[in-house]
Design a protein around this ligand. Structure first.
Ligand SMILES: *[C@@H]1O[C@H](CO)[C@@H](O)[C@H](O)[C@H]1NC(C)=O
Ligand SMILES: *[C@@H]1O[C@H](CO)[C@@H](O)[C@H](O)[C@H]1NC(C)=O
Ligand SMILES: *[C@@H]1O[C@H](CO)[C@@H](O)[C@H](O)[C@H]1NC(C)=O
Ligand SMILES: *[C@@H]1O[C@H](CO)[C@@H](O)[C@H](O)[C@H]1NC(C)=O
Length: 391
């Protein structure tokens, strides 16, 4: 990546300049009298982002980003003029605010044949996305697809069947077939997200299915959680970072619809989830949840929320979960992990400060990486109160 500092600088300079353009005359006057020249904010030499595009730019103030990026994100006039719903006569299609901070990757991503086939560049796209270029800009091309695509198994067989290898484009992954993914928990050293998730005959088979959690246990049972609500009132929800979506499948078996967010971290998680017959949502933990306020009955998340997430981001995220849950909806925080001190001083208070009622709160030791790390798990069942407008 060449000089992200410089790109950042020029972006903020441009934003400042845009702000100046849009601000009131008074403010402009203030700035232009405070600094002898009001033009002193325009960098004299070409900035990094201006040099991004080889072809000439159309206006002075638009940074010269990839042509297709500009084609997508610039103002698009509504054919029928002013629209009161939009309170505007134009739409400004958006991509993640951070996209322009990664000019090299953005240019590679947006260089493709318009109307043609997209490059087979899933890794690049996900890299950009995970760093904060989310949503990715749209493209006008057809994605790579397997040339021997096979339709999914019919329901309900698809819930518990390994899909055909030919339903996946394998380029981005170390494994090139499902049998490799299934056996990687035995054969492969090192970290991979959700290493044993693809093995539907393994631990996936029994997750959350006990009658109830053992006394003091961190593994709550689905039926036990559902029993805390009036029968039938948990109907729709979200599983954040749901791996192979076994949670959604288990819920589907109870006629509950769960959407599962997942990234494709060294495995075709989204394809696998869709092949099983539940809905994958390709979004990271950074993005605002694409649901309206007070709508979902349940949000579940296992092993994803933990101390690897920057604290401020986690704070926003827990509030976002609170936002999308309906009053009386439940947040099942499943195996959150951190060190004991962090749980006591930071994460416990942070989670509790958001305003949920605690239905269950179980803390236990996490020993898989050795006791010397003093890691702890928290499993909690948190209810959004009916009277939730506290200040
Ligand atoms: C892509 O297709 C559209 C619609 O046919 C056409 O207007 C446009 O010129 C094409 N662009 C390129 C680069 O082929
Ligand atoms: C799956 O891929 C591995 C290598 O990753 C290969 O050794 C094996 O033969 C493949 N299996 C099938 C069924 O294609
Ligand atoms: C799910 O819905 C179907 C059709 O309404 C019904 O026959 C079945 O009993 C339901 N299953 C459960 C576990 O509620
Ligand atoms: C919510 O608050 C109102 C007024 O403060 C009260 O009448 C009502 O009983 C409360 N509801 C619940 C479920 O606590």
């Amino acid at each position: 990546m060449d000089s992200p500092q410089k790109a950042k600088y020029s972006l903020s300079t441009n934003l400042l300049f845009l702000f100046l353009l849009l601000s009131t005359n008074l403010l402009t006057l203030f700035f232009s009298t405070t600094f002898s020249s009001s033009c002193s904010f325009i960098p004299k030499e070409k900035s990094a982002s201006q040099m991004l595009s080889e072809s000439p730019s159309t206006t002075e103030t638009t940074p010269r980003l990839p042509e297709e990026f500009l084609a997508f994100t610039s103002a698009q006039k509504l054919p029928f003029g002013y629209n009161p719903n939009l309170n505007s006569d134009a739409i400004y299609p958006s991509a993640g605010q951070a996209c322009t901070l990664f000019p090299d990757e953005l240019r590679r991503f947006m260089s493709y044949n318009v109307n043609g086939s997209c490059p087979d560049d899933e890794l690049l796209a996900q890299k950009l996305l995970l760093k904060g270029c989310e949503p990715l800009p749209r493209r006008r091309c057809r994605p790579a697809a397997s040339s021997h695509y096979v339709e999914p198994y019919p329901l309900p067989t698809s819930y518990w069947s390994t899909p055909p290898d030919s339903s996946v484009v394998w380029t981005a992954y170390t494994c090139k077939n499902y049998s490799c993914l299934i056996s990687r928990k035995r054969n492969q050293k090192g970290f991979d997200d959700c290493k044993d998730c693809f093995d539907l005959e393994g631990v996936e088979k029994t997750r959350w299915t006990a009658k109830e959690s053992r006394v003091g246990g961190l593994d709550f049972a689905i039926d036990e959680v559902l029993a805390t609500r009036k029968p039938g009132t948990i109907r729709i929800g979200l599983d954040i970072g749901g791996g192979a979506a076994t949670f959604a499948v288990r819920m589907m078996e109870r006629n509950i619809t769960i959407v599962t967010t997942s990234m494709n971290l060294n495995g075709p998680f989204s394809n696998f989830i869709a092949s099983r017959g539940v809905v994958p949502l390709y979004t990271s933990i950074s993005q605002r949840l694409p649901f309206f306020d007070n709508t979902l009955d349940i949000v579940h998340s296992m092993h994803v929320l933990s101390n690897w997430i920057p604290t401020t981001l986690l704070h926003f995220l827990v509030f976002d979960i609170y936002r999308v849950l309906r009053p009386g909806g439940v947040f099942w925080l499943d195996h959150f992990f951190c060190t004991g001190d962090q749980l006591e001083d930071l994460y416990g208070p942070l989670i509790q400060s958001v305003g949920f009622n605690k239905l269950k709160w179980v803390v236990g030791r996490k020993l898989d990486r050795g006791p010397e790390l003093r890691e702890m798990y928290l499993s909690a069942l948190l209810e959004k109160p009916f009277n939730n407008s506290r200040s």
